[in-house]
Design a protein around this ligand. Structure first.
Ligand SMILES: [Zn+2]
Length: 148
């Protein structure tokens, strides 16, 4: 039985490699994958050179957008689906503050402005909850954004 299983998996591997061979891919797929690899390289080397230059745009119409000015990195580079767990208090004129919780204006409040755009610091914070009688251990993580 184990011999036939091995043969089966070897065959499946062979097919997998064949379907992923570079020369067998369409020019479009090759171009897409080359572009993706360059983006990964640019984002990794940008982070290594001292960190991303984050820029935050928020508008009442389009919501949040966090992008690095020097490479293709976005919020997902910082934390997967980080836009949903983003917190910020962004300064406005006259001492007002644009408050963002979970990537949006807090429910039931009116935004004090229509648009905010500027350079920010952005980082991930996390908190460990020890498991116990009532549940398993957990990590909470969220993204904090601060105006520069
Ligand atoms: Zn960057």
């Amino acid at each position: 039985v184990s011999l036939s299983l091995k043969v089966f998996f070897a065959g499946a591997d062979e097919e997998w490699y064949a379907s992923h061979r570079w020369q067998d891919k369409s020019p479009e797929q090759q171009e897409y994958e080359t572009g993706w690899a360059w983006d990964q390289w640019a984002a990794a080397s940008c982070a290594e050179r001292g960190g991303h230059w984050w820029h935050l745009d928020w508008s009442a119409e389009d919501g949040l957008d966090l992008q690095c000015l020097h490479c293709p990195a976005g919020i997902n580079e910082l934390y997967p689906d980080g836009g949903d767990v983003l917190f910020a208090e962004l300064p406005l004129l006259f001492g007002k503050v644009l408050r963002i919780e979970y990537g949006d204006i807090p429910l039931g409040t009116e935004p004090p402005c229509r648009y905010w755009s500027g350079a920010v610091r952005a980082w991930v914070e996390s908190e460990y909850h020890r498991g116990g009688l009532w549940g398993p251990e957990e990590w909470d993580a969220w993204v904090v954004v601060e105006s520069l």
